[in-house]
Design a protein. Structure first.
Length: 574
């Protein structure tokens, strides 16, 4: 006879949650970014559904009329898609070729060329559009004037007031963004795979297309997605070059809608939010592609890139880089400089009337010195704080296992899907309806800049993070390093080239920001870009050229100082 044994009761275990430093940091940063992005979106969506008085919030009546009326704007939508696609293809192809040339081949003066290739981004699309309007406008453009004189004809050689002209200028001054983003990924890539390909008999061009391009796919796709969205929301080039030719895109249509009487804020908001679908599809495609492959090329093995000897092609590649610098930097600056000292812009010496009146007016116009100081201050502060936050955000998106980490990328990328003019309008409504008195101050501009620059920083750093082998971080954790110590001593040092590139891009983007600034500037918070637009609309081309040169000179001086200060932190900076 057996005796039944009763189970011995076990003491109840009480679950105790102990927050880790990683979890707390992830939660705080995610909530902060979600609040910055989500708060104005509520106002944008509400206004896009507003079918009543556009100046009343909350709306008195709601409906889908603003969205159904987009059918009437089909021509504007097709114009936007055509220019954005054309400019994106031109910019990404140019950016990849130049990045490969300057990081993988041996060229004379390669270090100086690399710095010169970044200058178009520092000049900004607004300055570039003004310069190319002077260079290639019908009849009066400098290049067309020379063509009339040489060819003895009245027909124009160039017409910058056309879709191709807008795409050309946008690609010139956004192509350098693709160059910096792709170049940062190439600098961090182990070249041993390329060397193996050449040892096995593959040529230089085949190695570039079959080895280099697939390995830097995250950087190329990230640049393409960002540049395409940037082209969709481009305003300066479309305003200066599109309006005179009666070629309207979404951003100029939004600008007209907000300036009309009464303002059509509902249509403007609907036009902006409609672009989110395009950006959402692009981002989904990007993540699908990078998840189907592995792109880690940075491991525990040290490497040193070896420049390729290109033989006779060297001078062809050198000429390509010089041509880009010529059409994107030298010609625009010379055109602006010549125009800024004339009473009436002309290329013929016999007809020139030189004066300093444009600079005298520019110095006293709209508190230019205060606007420049505010722009530089915002650029330094937002870039310095933002690049750290964005580096942690990228790590959360691609390395963290916290539930919902993939959703973070869609949150931080949303501002890029909405034109900055519309997002600035949403910020205006949002902060006017909150009992915190920061409207009309630099604090609001700093928050707005940080919010709209999130996609730029995240896209720039994402391509480099994906190349860092996870095993390096895992080794640090196995050795007992905490999350914060591992991030500080392993991850961030490996991301140094990308962080420096992202910091410079953020600084310039803040100084040249126009779309958000138009709605958020106040009497005590002026910045330089809206002042140039105001001068172009209300004054002469000659005065606008003087203001554009003053802005460019201030940016270049600030960059020289900042690059010298950053030399000790990055071996990439000469």
């Amino acid at each position: 006879m057996t005796t039944a044994t009763l189970p011995i009761p076990q003491p109840r275990r009480h679950f105790t949650w102990r927050p880790s430093g990683q979890g707390v940091a992830t939660l705080l940063i995610t909530l902060f970014c979600a609040a910055l992005v989500g708060y104005p979106i509520v106002y944008l969506v509400a206004e896009s559904l507003n079918t009543g008085d556009p100046g009343t919030f909350p709306p008195e009546s709601l409906g889908l009329d603003n969205y159904t009326n987009l059918i009437d704007d089909s021509r504007i939508l097709s114009n936007t898609a055509f220019v954005a696609c054309l400019a994106t293809v031109m910019a990404v192809v140019l950016g990849f070729l130049v990045a490969w040339t300057l990081t993988r081949t041996r060229l004379p003066g390669r270090a100086y060329l690399e710095r010169l290739m970044q200058l178009p981004y520092y000049l900004t699309p607004l300055v570039g559009a003004l310069a190319w309007a002077i260079l290639a406008s019908p009849k009066s453009g400098f290049l067309n004037q020379l063509w009339h004189f040489v060819a003895r004809t009245d027909s124009d050689l160039f017409n910058i007031y056309s879709p191709w002209g807008i795409a050309w200028v946008m690609a010139l001054f956004e192509g350098t963004v693709a160059f910096v983003m792709i170049g940062a990924a190439m600098k961090s890539m182990d070249p041993s795979l390329e060397e193996s390909s050449r040892v096995l008999g593959a040529g230089k061009w085949r190695t570039m297309l079959r080895i280099t391009l697939p390995l830097v796919t995250p950087g190329v796709l990230g640049a393409a997605v960002f540049v395409f969205a940037e082209m969709l929301g481009s305003f300066a080039a479309a305003l200066v070059l599109g309006v005179p030719g009666r070629f309207f895109v979404i951003t100029t249509a939004i600008w007209e809608a907000t300036l009309s009487f009464p303002p059509d804020y509902g249509r403007a908001s609907a036009l902006g939010i409609a672009l989110f679908g395009v950006m959402f599809c692009s981002l989904t495609l990007y993540r699908w592609i990078i998840r189907r492959g592995t792109y880690a090329t940075i491991t525990g093995k040290a490497f040193r890139p070896r420049p390729l000897e290109m033989g006779a092609i060297t001078w062809l590649l050198f000429a390509l880089c010089c041509f880009y610098v010529l059409v994107a930097v030298a010609l625009p600056l010379l055109a602006l400089l010549l125009t800024s000292f004339q009473r009436f812009a002309t290329v013929f010496v016999s007809q020139m009337q030189f004066t300093l009146a444009n600079y005298q007016t520019a110095v006293g116009y709209g508190a230019v010195s205060s606007a420049l100081g505010n722009s530089l201050l915002l650029g330094v502060s937002v870039a310095t704080i933002g690049v750290v936050v964005m580096a942690v955000l990228v790590w959360i998106i691609y390395r963290s296992r916290v539930p919902g980490h993939s959703l973070v990328e869609y949150v931080v990328m949303f501002p890029q899907a909405v034109p900055r003019m519309v997002f600035g309008l949403g910020l205006l409504w949002a902060w006017l309806n909150i009992p915190i008195p920061i409207y009309g101050t630099l604090w609001l501009l700093a928050l707005a800049y940080f919010t709209v620059m999130l996609p730029l920083g995240v896209r720039t750093l994402a391509g480099v993070v994906l190349q860092v082998d996870k095993s390096l971080e895992e080794c640090a954790r196995v050795c007992g390093a905490s999350w914060s110590y591992q991030l500080r001593t392993v991850t961030l040092p490996l991301l140094r080239p990308g962080i420096i590139a992202a910091w410079l891009l953020l600084f310039i983007a803040c100084v040249r920001e126009l779309g958000v600034s138009i709605f958020l500037v106040g009497p005590n918070a002026k910045v330089i870009a809206p002042s140039i637009v105001s001068a172009w609309i209300s004054s002469s081309t000659e005065l606008s050229a003087a203001l554009a040169l003053i802005q460019s000179a201030a940016v270049f001086i600030a960059l020289i100082v900042l690059l010298r200060a950053a030399r000790r932190y990055s071996g990439e900076l000469p």
